[in-house]
Design a protein around this ligand. Structure first.
Ligand code: ADP
Ligand code: MG
Length: 196
């Protein structure tokens, strides 16, 4: 990836999350404490505000962004998204092909599972990240934006088993998971740049 595309990638992911903060907060008001949009906006504003983050070589840029998320997002999602990006940065090469990117994403998702003691099916961000990774592993040309939207939609009928929404038990059913939606937004933003 050339430097201009990488800068665009980071900028669009940040812009997308910041631009959907209200929607993420509304989702978190239904089954959480209503801070997911505010948390994510704070984190991605910090990433966007530091131009040295995106201009580093890709592995270092991802690690720096992950660290900023850990420090700024807070809540459950900060350390989890931070772990995702930091592990991605540790695993990925400076100019990755699809195979390298898919392998690194798999390792990053495993790190999120370990950190969150979570698995897909529990109504979390993993319910988007895992199907997106599986689709890419099966077909590098998969329509990941579509996979991500369908996967986020599929969290609506799920009962939350992890995170704050799990305190609601059956009352968590019928709402999209906020973290699944934010993961979907990130996948859509990345796909819009990488796939054009
Ligand atoms: P908090 O729940 O602490 O208020 P946020 O509102 O920022 O944090 O983030 C909530 C989102 O984090 C959930 O919608 C869910 O997708 C994700 N999440 C929470 N706990 C876990 C976990 N153990 N594993 C994976 N994702 C989780
Ligand atoms: Mg919350």
């Amino acid at each position: 990836m050339d430097a201009i595309t990488q800068a665009k990638l980071f900028a669009i992911v940040c812009e997308t999350i910041i631009g959907h903060a209200d929607e993420l907060t509304t989702l978190d008001q239904a089954i959480g404490d209503g801070d997911h949009g505010i948390n994510m906006k704070r984190g991605f504003e910090a990433v966007a505000a530091d131009p040295t983050v995106a201009s580093k070589p890709l592995p270092d840029a991802l690690k720096a962004a992950g660290m900023a998320l850990v420090m700024k997002v807070g809540g459950a999602s900060g350390p989890l998204y931070g772990t995702l990006l930091m592990t991605l940065g540790k695993e990925i090469g400076p100019d990755p092909g699809v195979d390298d990117a898919v392998r690194a994403l798999g390792a990053a998702i495993d790190a999120v599972k370990a950190r969150g003691k979570s698995e897909p099916g529990q109504k979390t961000m993993l319910d988007v990240l895992v199907p997106v990774h599986a689709a890419l592993a099966a077909d590098p040309g998969a329509d990941v934006a579509r996979v991500a939207r369908d996967a986020a939609e599929a969290t609506v009928p799920m009962k939350a088993i992890r995170g704050r929404a799990s305190f609601l038990g059956d009352r968590s059913i019928g709402h999209m998971d906020p973290g699944a939606r934010s993961a979907c937004l990130m996948v859509e933003a990345v796909a819009s740049v990488v796939r054009g």
